[in-house]
Design a protein around this ligand. Structure first.
Ligand SMILES: O=C(O)CCC(=O)C(=O)O
Length: 307
C-alpha cells in the first residue's frame, strides 16, 4: 500500500499550502516549480472572471441533457444523449434512473469555456511545462455531479485514459462553484506523477485505481472557491467523492500539451484498454496523430513530413 503521507521530503507531509499560489500575484516560474515538484498546483482565483457566464452555459446544458434523456442510447461508459452528454446509473432514491456525468460544453459552443482555456497565466505556465509550442488537447470537458449523491470519480491517472507519445497533457480543473468535502472536492496525491503509469481496473466511474491499494486516505482534498484552478500532471493520481450537497457541482477541465505530442493508447475501461495496448492499436492511433491536432495557444506549428 502506498504511504498515507505523500511527502516528497522525509520530514513533513505535503499540505495545500505547499501547492497554492494566487492569481493576483502569479509568478509562472514559481508555479512551474511547484507543478514539477508535486505534479499539481492550485491557483486561487484564476478563472473567477469567467465563472458566472460558465455557470449559465452549464445550467442550460444540464436542462437540455435531462430533456434528451428519453432518447439516450446505451454505450459502454453509460448512456449517451444525442447532444453528447454522458449519464451513469443514479444512486438509490434519486428522481431519475440515470444521473449526469459529463455535459457536452466545449470550446466550440461556450465562449466562456474557451476564455478559461486562454487565461494568460495558464498559458504562461503551459509554455514552461509542456511548451514551447502548446496546443489544447481535445475540446474541453465538463464533469457535473448532481446534488444529493452525484457520482464519485474514483482515484485514477488520466494517462490510463489517454497515454501519450511524449509527456502528455497538463490538465487544469476549475471549480465552477465553491467546492468542499461535502460536494465533491478534488483529491490529489502530490508526487504521484513520478510513479509511472499504474494498472487500472474498471470502476463505476470508468478506469480507476484499485481502492485497496489506493484508498482515499492517500489523497489530499483541495477545498476551493468558484474560479480556483487545480493543475495536475497526466500521471498525478486524483479523483473526487460524491456530491452530498444540495446543488450541482460542475467543474471544467482544460488540457494543454506539446504541439508535437499525440495519444498512443485511448481507453475508458480495463477491457478496452487492454485491446488499445496492442502494437497494432498503438500504431493505428499514432497514424492518426495529424487528425488529433488541437488549437495552438502558444507558439506555432511548422510543416513537417508528417503533415
Ligand atoms: O470531477 C472531478 O472532480 C474529477 C474529474 C476527473 O478526475 C477527470 O475527469 O479526470
Amino acid at each position: 500500500m502506498p504511504a498515507a503521507s505523500t511527502a516528497s521530503s522525509a520530514t513533513a507531509p505535503i499540505t495545500v499550502v505547499d501547492l497554492e499560489i494566487h492569481a493576483a500575484t502569479f509568478d509562472a516560474d514559481r508555479a512551474a516549480a511547484i507543478y514539477r515538484e508535486h505534479g499539481c498546483l492550485v491557483v486561487r482565483g484564476l478563472a473567477s472572471a469567467q465563472v458566472d457566464a460558465l455557470n449559465r452555459d452549464i445550467a442550460t446544458a444540464a436542462q437540455q441533457a435531462i430533456a434528451l434523456l428519453p432518447r439516450a442510447t446505451k454505450i459502454v461508459e453509460g448512456w449517451a444523449t444525442p447532444d453528447g452528454s454522458l449519464f451513469l446509473p443514479a444512486p438509490a432514491g434519486f428522481a431519475r434512473d440515470q444521473q449526469i456525468m459529463l455535459l457536452p460544453i466545449n470550446y466550440r459552443n461556450s465562449a466562456a469555456f474557451l476564455q478559461t482555456a486562454l487565461v494568460p497565466e495558464a498559458l504562461d505556465l503551459a509554455e514552461r511545462v509542456v511548451g514551447p509550442d502548446v496546443e489544447l488537447f481535445m475540446e474541453g470537458q465538463v464533469v457535473y455531479k448532481e446534488p444529493v449523491g452525484g457520482h464519485p470519480k474514483h482515484l485514477h491517472q488520466d494517462a490510463a485514459y489517454f497515454e501519450h507519445r511524449l509527456d502528455g497533457p497538463m490538465a487544469t480543473l476549475i471549480y465552477c462553484v465553491d467546492t468542499d468535502l461535502v460536494n465533491g472536492a478534488l483529491h490529489v496525491v502530490p508526487g504521484s506523477h513520478r510513479q509511472g503509469l499504474l494498472a487500472h481496473v474498471t470502476t463505476f466511474s470508468h478506469l480507476g485505481l484499485d481502492e485497496q491499494a489506493w484508498p482515499w486516505e492517500c489523497a489530499l482534498p483541495i477545498v476551493g472557491k468558484a474560479g480556483d484552478a487545480i493543475f495536475f500532471h497526466v500521471q498525478t493520481i486524483h479523483g473526487s467523492k460524491e456530491n452530498h450537497g444540495a446543488a450541482p457541482r460542475p467543474v471544467v477541465i482544460n488540457r494543454y500539451r506539446n504541439a508535437n505530442d499525440y495519444v498512443v493508447v485511448s481507453a475508458t475501461t480495463a477491457e478496452n484498454r487492454s485491446q488499445a495496448e496492442s502494437d497494432a492499436a498503438r500504431k493505428a492511433m499514432a497514424q492518426r496523430r495529424v487528425q488529433q491536432r488541437g488549437l495552438l495557444v502558444r507558439g506555432s506549428r511548422r510543416w513537417s513530413d508528417d503533415g
